[in-house]
Design a protein around this ligand. Structure first.
Ligand code: TYD
Length: 338
């Protein structure tokens, strides 16, 4: 079986590519290699006889058409994903996260034999007040340009499914963490800052809740989904949530504890505008299909923090100049004003 994975050099995409190769798939990875990609994430796949890397953009229809030829499955993990960057530069999110998905839909509609799985996010629902959980049919209420771009992509998926009778599976997942994630994101950033003994910039009161899923558990969830991909026309949404909802301050404190660093490094800074307080998914449908997350948050966090202790410096070097400029833009004033 042949799969086309987009964004396979990114965080979640790289875990997926490795999982598919282990399961015997032939994998083509189409990746633009934006700032968020790290080819080192897939170093062990290079040279694998069933793996092929193509550098390119999911907005390039001719290229996407060519690569989709002969593919049984298309998995879209190509996206701009960082909420803070979407506040600084929303245009690129519309381009990749919306136009890119339309390009994939255009190419896929001519190929009824190709199954399409699109990665979305719990952020399409906006903040979910406790003790609520968003079910698959909950209404969209995105708060950030990132979340809105993912919601817009889902609406385009729906339109294509209605108009052309396509069957598309949409994965809405909670926050994923683990090795290979870009150092701009909360857990890697706080780990790297703690390791360096530098202030860890906690937005607002730090009482926001996120639902955390270990990357390996995401791959297991995908395996369950791929076992039975629905062929009936329509959008088939699947919620993938760990149920482990943790306040940001607590996560930051756990990182300090695991690295034996003082909690005083945790530094409250000006909040992210439009910051969602809480995400929570109802993933009972997927659990009824046999999936369970296996790695508890504390255990996954310990493994992740250890990975960044060993590999973080190399990661930071890959990201170096661009990341330093972004960090200054995002945190310079916040940290100076605290
Ligand atoms: P993030 O990793 O950006 O994921 P998302 O916003 O998509 O959930 O952030 C996770 C949480 O951590 C979120 O509530 C924002 C918070 N956060 C901080 O407090 N400080 C930071 O520097 C970052 C990057 C995030």
């Amino acid at each position: 079986m042949r799969a086309l994975v987009t964004g396979g050099c990114g965080f979640i995409g790289s875990h997926v590519v490795r999982g598919l190769l282990a399961d015997g798939w032939e994998v083509t990875n189409l990746d633009k290699l934006t700032y968020a990609a790290n080819p080192a994430n897939l170093a062990e796949a290079e040279g694998h006889p069933r793996y092929r890397f193509v550098q390119g953009d999911i907005c390039d229809l001719a290229l996407v058409r060519e690569l989709m030829d002969g593919a049984d499955l298309v998995l879209n993990f190509a996206a701009e994903t960082h909420v803070d960057r979407s506040l600084l530069e929303p245009g690129v999110f519309v381009r990749t996260d919306v136009e890119g998905v339309v390009t994939l839909l255009e190419a896929a509609r001519a190929r009824p034999g190709t199954a399409l799985v699109h990665m979305s996010t719990d952020e399409v629902f906006g903040s979910i007040p406790a003790p609520g959980e968003a079910a698959e049919d909950a209404p969209f209420a995105p708060s950030s340009p990132y979340a809105a771009s993912k919601a817009a992509a889902e609406l385009m998926v729906r339109a294509y499914a209605e108009t052309y009778g396509m069957a598309v599976t949409v994965l809405r997942c909670c926050n994923v963490y683990g090795p290979n994630q870009h150092v701009e994101k909360f857990i890697p950033l706080f780990t790297m800052r703690a390791l360096a003994g530098e202030p860890m910039p906690l937005y607002g009161d730090g009482m926001q809740e996120r639902e955390w899923l270990y990357a390996g558990d995401f791959v297991e969830a995908l395996r369950v989904v791929l076992r039975e991909l629905p062929a009936e026309p329509g959008v088939h949404a699947v919620h993938i949530g760990s149920g482990e909802r943790v306040r940001n301050r607590e996560t930051a404190e756990l990182i300090c504890e695991l690295l034996e660093r003082p909690r005083e490094l945790i530094t409250p800074v000006a909040d992210r505008p439009g910051h969602d307080r809480r995400y929570a998914l109802d993933s009972s449908r997927l659990r009824a299909r046999g999936w369970r997350p296996r790695v508890p948050f504390r255990e996954g966090l310990a493994a992740t923090v250890a990975w960044y202790r060993d590999h973080g410096a190399a990661w930071a070097q890959t990201a170096s100049g661009e990341f330093a400029r972004y960090f200054e833009r995002q945190y310079g004033e916040r940290l100076a004003r605290r």
